[in-house]
Ligand binder design. Sequence first.
Ligand code: HEC
Length: 469
Amino acid sequence: MDFPQFFLDFFGNRLLIAVIASIHVFINHPLAVGAYPLITLLEWWGRRTNNPAWDNLAYRITFVLFIVTTTVGALTGVGIWFTTALIAPFGIGSLLRVFFWAWFTEWLVFISEVVLIMIYYLTWKRWAEGALKKLHLGFGLFLSVFSWFTMVIIVAILGFMMDPGSWPVTKTFISAVANPLYLPQLAFRTTYAMMLAGLLAWFLIFFFTKKGSDFRHRAVHFAATWSLAWAVPFIPAALWYWKQAPETMLANINVALLTQRFMNWHETLAVIMLATVGVIILVTVIGITRPRLIPGVVLLIPFVLGIWLLGHFERAREFIRKPYVIADYIYSNGVRVEEMPVFQRDGILPYATFVKHHSITATNKIEAGKDVFLVTCSRCHTTSGINNIVSKFNNLYGPEPWDETVLKAFISTMHVTRTFMPPFPGNDKEAEAMIAYFKELQNNRQLIYDAQARWSPRAINGDQTTGNP
Ligand code: HEC
């Protein structure tokens, strides 16, 4: 198996998109959307109070933003296109057709943002006085608006994927944008990004100011005030977002936050998440009232906690949308809801683009079964890695050779019993071929185990005698 294939099969298709998209969001929210207004305010404050220390702090933070957003930020943004086009070509294709002009605009805004940040950073020292400084501040303001504008556009698409609203009937661009989750999610993300930017400033203050200095305390006070001020609108925004999420999705939340196995812990996790918000708020309150009491390392913690929370929000949002990639319109495996009856009647292989076999014969059964698995399950399952299909069936039916009729019964009701999975989009013959492939995998797995069992006594002996494995 070559490397890309191994990588995709071990980590799974979901995780590939998730890792790249999450890194992008971790950079975009605090370092782009939230940070530019904060920096511009710092710069303005330095000019107003005639204190170059503020200006200098703003400049050094901007250097970090400049480097990170134009490299990892931009690359992961493009990476999302590559991974989604690879893994969910039909999903991204549908979104492109609906949101073409929105995305077109977003690219223009994105390019302008990169140019603006270059101007903003590179002219900082040269445009330091009088009218030029004013112009520089103007660029900061522009940059703040532009980076938020990318969020304004993209959140419309994210909301649409969770609940397309009246679009399935009207099929208009406006109705797609005006989906029920758009404004609440925009309010949620905007306020959270602003809060996180304050926490990021804390993080950087640790490196960019002197320990115990009066300026550090003032900077801590400033960033804490910023975050706490944004926490005020954040709380109602979060509740609004929660209230707007469709019932069927909220029903998924306990599997979404953790996994099926740890589902019963989801309340514990919810408590931990709330407690994290509590700790962040408490620390920022202390940062405002008694900045001297905040030890250096504590400056680093809230940002890390904030990113951890953001990761969970993203994971939950992605998961509760299951079994759909675009709610009620297209399933996560790329099958459109209205195509489902046709595939269940004729089979999916005759219509599938990326498969080796378009029909099942006596000689190709297992290979064709693999094709069926790749098209219908592999967006969410691997064969040997994360969420792998062999362990899943082993958990349910034990390690003895599985019974075909039992597996077939599972597959025919999989959506009814586990609503987060789509119905099986194929016919009986394809289900049987896929089951033959699963049994082959189980058998191979057993061979691997047997081989390991033969090896392990030697390994233990080696350990005891030489200390080497
Ligand atoms: C939309 C994503 C998705 C698709 C597509 C999907 N599954 Fe799943 N499946 C999941 C998730 C998520 C779980 C639960 C993982 C966990 O939390 O343990 C799961 C669990 C399972 C389980 C274990 C159920 C249990 O209760 O332990 C089996 C078996 C399974 N899937 C088989 C399949 C088969 C076969 C296909 C293809 C025909 C398929 N799945 C397609 C997401 C999916």
